[in-house]
Design a protein around this ligand. Structure first.
Ligand code: MV4
Length: 447
């Protein structure tokens, strides 16, 4: 097994990886920016190396500095967590060049799935259902209008280099096409240096459902059921749950099989997520594939009793996956606790945590790097904790989540806790009947 892993990340995910390494008897190296000197990941790791100044571009995204830290500490592998260099093809290939195992996707896989139009074509070829639209990239405005007329409005145009909601435009009628086309291309060119666009039928008010998969170096993949991520605000997930209230055994079987077919078709190695849109008829369509561990992975861990970080490390070392597909009979939910003011447009609220009490009790897990007296720097993501709850039924999960949220004390800064409490009391949320549009009409005042 690997002897020493460097964790190219910070915050809760750095701690999460260190914890599994410790249980596996693997030594750890933390890297940190100057503002993160007092962070828990630095204290928890066996060794720590400063890799630069506070801005991510100078530290957590600085490839030469991270690779140098691995070289001087003799780390044999690097775990990138999520965000930062986790889906950076250049970083993945530089690691390979230096003989350091990147615990993530190969550069080729990152490039293939990072280009959304070609990822879609690859999945379609593997027999995964995709949304009707253009065959690959649109060659012209006229071609776009022609396809839209054929498949009927509304349609959506998406940047092939985009993802997570950036560089897309919904078009309701032909008169809107030209402006949307020009705006989306200008935006994509500026954001990604690539203005390639593809077109799809627009699926109104879908659910966002993703399948967790793990593939090994022999080309075998298995799935660990789904996560429902429909509770989002401006493409930021706030709550995730498993199983999805709208997924029955038959749909789970079909989506699981499709995700495995897609993963095996590309010889996917490691943990990955296949994202789907599910429409009101229960038909599902491939949307994107994420080639990293995701923020919401713990809910899958809670219902399957599977350590996904351990699985990533094992397959990266060349150990085969078990090959079992899981159909859990437990329920789990995650609330993302962000240092943001939900009553004020979720404006970030960095600062010092003056008092902290972490909830506990049966079925409660908190993945967090914060402590009383910790100062949240303004330079990074505002997520400060993940509250993960599990129970026998969805109803019990919601009751337990509300209880744990009420126990949670974070003083000195504003957090998303009041929003989550209100959500746990919301009748529509409790009914399980909602779509990705749910939060657009949610009343965030009086929190
Ligand atoms: C769509 C869609 C409807 N129809 N594609 C948003 C993020 C990016 N990955 C793709 N997204 C969407 N693609 C078609 N053909 C609706 C969305 C979408 C969405 C998807 C998942 C969760 C929240 C969302 C919020 C707005 C739009």
């Amino acid at each position: 097994m690997f002897k020493k892993i460097l964790i190219a990340n910070r915050g809760e995910i750095a701690l999460r990886v260190i914890r599994t390494c410790r249980e596996m008897g693997i030594k750890t190296v933390a890297v940190y920016s100057t503002v993160d000197k007092e962070s828990l990941h630095v204290k928890f790791a066996d060794e720590a190396v400063c890799i630069g100044k506070a801005p991510s571009s100078e530290s957590y995204l600085n490839i030469p500095n991270i690779v140098s830290a691995a070289e001087i500490t003799n780390a044999d592998a690097i775990h990138p967590g999520y965000g930062f260099v986790s889906e950076n093809a250049e970083f993945s290939s530089v690691c390979e060049e230096y003989g350091i195992k990147f615990i993530g996707a190969s550069a080729d896989m990152i490039n293939r799935m990072g280009d959304k139009a070609s990822a879609k074509a690859t999945m379609e070829k593997a027999g995964v259902p995709t949304i009707p639209g253009s065959k690959g990239l649109l060659k012209s405005l006229e071609e776009g209008k022609k396809i839209a007329k054929k498949i009927k409005y509304p349609v959506i145009i998406k940047a092939t280099a985009g993802g997570g909601g950036r560089g897309m435009r919904i078009i309701n009628k032909e008169e809107e096409f030209e402006k949307a086309w020009n705006d989306a291309r200008t935006e994509s060119k500026a954001a990604f240096g690539n203005d390639g666009m593809y077109l799809e039928k627009y699926i109104e008010e879908p659910r966002h459902i993703e399948i967790q998969i793990v593939g090994d170096s022999r080309g075998k993949a298995c799935h660990l059921s789904e996560r429902d991520c429909s509770i989002q605000r401006r493409h930021q997930k706030l709550v995730e749950e498993t199983p999805s209230p709208i997924v029955n055994d038959k749909l789970r079987e079909k989506m699981g099989k499709a995700a495995i077919a897609g993963a095996e078709a590309i010889g996917y190695e490691g943990a990955g997520t296949v994202e789907f849109l599910v429409d009101k008829h229960g038909d599902f369509y491939f949307m994107e594939m994420n080639t990293r561990i995701q923020v919401e992975h713990p809910i899958t861990e809670e219902v399957t009793d599977y350590d996904l970080i351990k699985e990533q490390i094992k397959v990266a070392y060349g150990i085969p996956v078990t090959g079992i597909n899981y159909y859990p009979n437990l329920f789990a939910m995650e609330c993302r606790i962000n240092a943001e003011d939900p009553a004020n447009g979720f404006r970030p609220c960095p600062g010092k945590i003056t008092n902290l009490h972490i909830p506990g009790g049966h079925g409660v897990r908190v993945d967090s790097h914060v402590y009383a007296g910790y100062t949240i720097p303004p330079n990074y993501d505002s997520m400060i904790a993940k509250l993960i709850v599990s129970a026998q039924t969805r109803e019990e999960v919601i009751v337990r989540m509300k209880r744990a949220l009420q126990e949670f004390v974070i003083e000195g800064i504003k957090t998303t806790i009041p929003f989550h409490i209100k959500l746990m009391e919301d009748e529509q949320f409790k009914s399980g009947k909602f779509t990705t549009a749910f939060l657009e009409s949610f009343d965030f005042s009086k929190l």
